[in-house]
Design a protein around this ligand. Structure first.
Ligand SMILES: NC(=O)c1ccc[n+]([C@@H]2O[C@H](COP(=O)([O-])OP(=O)(O)OC[C@H]3O[C@@H](n4cnc5c(N)ncnc54)[C@H](OP(=O)(O)O)[C@@H]3O)[C@@H](O)[C@H]2O)c1
Length: 268
């Protein structure tokens, strides 16, 4: 059984999703995992959902864990780091999931030589299907990078990138589940308009996005080639593709990802 000791500082939605994923993947036991949060409701939800303990004391979590996930909102990171920094030892690996908080800022807030990793995950971690990217700090070792890969890989896809690309990652996969939810809802609306019951339409729409995504990932084929393969001459699909092109779907998605990435850059 795993001997990893993982602590989440901030027991909110993302911490809960990751913790559930790590436990579900067998990387850590509930006994080896803990979290802290000032909000009783957040602690209760974390404990209920993971079977791991949650306490109001950040210090307790720092003492009990070797891998510390900084999982508070970006604006709360500075205060949290100032509080825990005196308790951080060389045995700790600090992993921040706070959007837009640079490695340099994180490293400046902990003792010199502390190993730090910055991650941008997304909420499908809750169902073992997240898309995460991470960048390693100055003192992080190759083993630390491999550990991040193993942890994040247990809840989905994990890709190492240079830190300067993490804002783009935020715009694409960090915020991306919302774009996909909009598409599923709108496709289901279309199905309802065409006569399908709502629940049937919603499930068909969601499974269609899931299946298309799996085809891209598993075949490695260009999505354009996969699109061409389902557009038969004079058929129904090319009619719909024409409507989507007229409505500017591609341009809207490109602009959306760029807008979210720009916003992440400005928030840093
Ligand atoms: N949700 C996403 O889709 C997503 C995706 C990628 C990355 N992230 C990143 O993940 C981080 C957490 O997001 P979230 O959605 O999980 O937020 P959240 O649900 O608001 O969770 C953060 C929790 O930390 C608590 N907290 C605040 N200050 C603290 C402190 N000093 N010590 C311990 N706990 C403290 C908060 O309490 P209060 O409510 O009292 O502040 C809150 O319960 C953010 O930095 C975000 O950028 C989120």
């Amino acid at each position: 059984m795993s001997t990893l000791r993982i602590g989440f500082l901030g027991a909110g939605k993302m911490a809960t999703a990751l913790a559930r994923g790590f436990i579900g993947a067998g990387l850590v036991t509930p006994a080896g995992l803990s979290s802290s949060d000032p909000v009783p409701g957040a602690r209760e939800a974390f404990a209920r959902s993971t079977g791991a303990r949650s306490t109001p004391s950040n210090a307790e979590v720092v003492d009990a864990a070797d891998i510390l996930f900084v999982s508070v909102k970006p604006a709360q990171v500075a205060a949290l780091m100032a509080e825990i920094s005196p308790k951080i030892t060389p045995a700790h690996l600090v992993v921040s999931i706070a959007a837009g908080v640079p490695l340099a800022k994180l490293e400046a807030a902990v003792p010199g030589g502390t190993r730090v990793i910055r991650v941008m995950p997304n909420t499908p971690a809750l169902v073992g299907a997240s898309a995460s990217a991470y960048a390693t700090g100055r003192s992080a070792t190759r083993e630390d990078g491999l550990l991040a890969q193993r942890l994040l890989g247990s809840v989905g896809l994990a890709i190492e990138v240079p830190e300067k690309l993490l804002d783009a990652v935020t715009g694409l996969s960090g915020s991306g589940p919302a774009y996909a939810f909009l598409m599923i809802e709108a496709m289901a609306d279309g199905g309802v308009a065409a006569g399908l019951p709502r629940y049937t339409a919603q499930r068909l729409a969601a499974q269609t996005l899931l299946g298309a995504a799996k085809m891209v990932l598993e075949t490695g084929e260009h999505p354009g080639a996969l699109k061409d393969a389902v557009c038969s001459p004079g058929g129904t699909t090319i009619e719909a593709v024409h409507e989507l092109e007229k409505a500017g779907l591609r341009a809207a998605l490109i602009t959306a990802v760029r807008a979210a990435a720009d916003k992440a850059r400005k928030m840093a």
